[in-house]
Write a protein that binds this ligand. Sequence first.
Ligand code: Z5A
Length: 206
Amino acid sequence: MERGRFITIEGIEGVGKSTNMAYLVELLEARGITVVQTREPGGTPLAEDIRALLLEHRDENMCEITESLLMFAARAQNVANVIEPALAAGKWVVCDRFTDASRAYQGGGRGLPMTTIEQLAAWVHPDLEPDLTFLLDAPVELGMGRAGDRGETDRIETEKHEFFVRVRNTYLELADEDPERFAVIDASQGLDDVKAAVQKALNVLL
Ligand code: Z5A
C-alpha cells in the first residue's frame, strides 16, 4: 500500500489554522482522499491530558525544559498512535501544528538551543517530516486580535508581544530555509483569498 502524505499547519495564534485546516480537509476529501485530522499538543487521550497540563494556569512556573519535553512527550504519543498508523494505512494526515511549533515557540520564543530541539525531534520522529507545511503568516497584533475575540487566554497566550514576534520571525526563517516544504500564506488577507492560496499550494502537492 502506498504511504499517505503528511501535511501540517503552522503559525502564531489566531492566524486561521483551525479554519483553514477544515477547508484543507474538505478539499482533500472532495478528491476521494481519506484524511485523519489531529493536532498538537494533543491528538490522543493521553496527549490531550498533556496539552491540558501545558496550557493551564498554575502558581508554579513551568520551566522551558519541562515545556519542551512535554510538547515532545505529547508528540511521541500522537506520532506512535495516530500519525504513523494512518500514514502506513495509506491515509493522509493533516496536523494542526507539529515540530516546527517547537522550533518557533521553544526555540525562537523561549530561546532553547535549536540543537536540543533537533535532538528531540530525531529521537521522537526519526523518519517523519511533513510533506507540506502551510505557514499562515500575519502580524502578531492581527492574530492576537482575532484570537482575543474568543475571550479566555491560556498559559502560553499570556506571553508578551515580543515573544510572539520572535515566534513569528522564527517561523519565517524556517520557511526561508526550506522553501520546498513550506507554503507561506499571507493570513492577513480576507478568508476567501487565504483559502484560494491554500488551494493553490495544495494543488502543487497533488
Ligand atoms: N505550542 C508550542 O509552544 N510548542 C509546540 O510544539 C506546539 C504548540 C505543538 C496551543 O496551540 C499552544 O501550544 C500554542 C502554541 C503552543 N500557544 N500559543 N499561543 P493551538 O494551536 O491550540 O492554539 P492557537 O495557536 O492559540 O490556535 P488558535 O488561537 O485556535 O488560532 P487559529 O487556529 O490559528 O485560528 P482560528 O481559530 O482558525 O481563527 C481565529 C479567528 O479568526 C476565528 O474567529 C476565525 O473565524 C477568524 N479568521 C480566521 N481567518 C480569518 C481571515 N482570513 N480573516 C478574518 N477572520 C479570520
